[in-house]
Write a protein of this length. Sequence first.
Length: 218
Amino acid sequence: MSETTETTAAPAGPGDVAGLELRPALEAVLMVVDEPATEEHLARILERPRRQIADALRALAGEYTVQGRGFELRQVAGGWRFYTRAAYAPAVERLVLDGQTARLTQAALETLAVVAYRQPVSRSRVSAVRGVNCDGVMRTLLQRGLVEEAGAEPETGAILYRTTNYFLERMGLRGLDELPELAPFLPEAEAIEAETQEGVPSFDPDAPDAPGAEDADD
């Protein structure tokens, strides 16, 4: 009786990535990234020219759209990442709400919007626009990585803040130039700031005990 020996191919090691089929390899890598991956980084990982990576990414994005998949491949914040398709947002929202995932309060969203459109901006200026002390909300936004320090204001020495790449990622934007046009709301915003500026000089990050109401963002 003859005996047959069955052999199993060894898995590809780290040095074999150049021999992998490109599109499936890109899909595998993008499935595990926790932030948008740049074309340069993907080119280094997969040992391919950047142009080849860029062409493959755009081809994949087009395929998913044509096929009507529940996810899409988007270029945001300088890199590429998988996102659920907007048409299926109700299903995703049901999952999120069912899991009671922590969400930003209205106060935090308003404060984040002021920073996004006025950056770099100090806490006192944000408070002036909103008409209420924003120190607590700003701390929350900093902790969540949505805003970061951006130097100091030359005239006053106050710390300035700006949005982060994580903010762009969560908003699905490639850059700040893709923020919605604010022009229709500017007259009202300027009027509110003019009315409140004199009433909030104590809203300074270096004066935590300054009088004034402070947003609660628990």
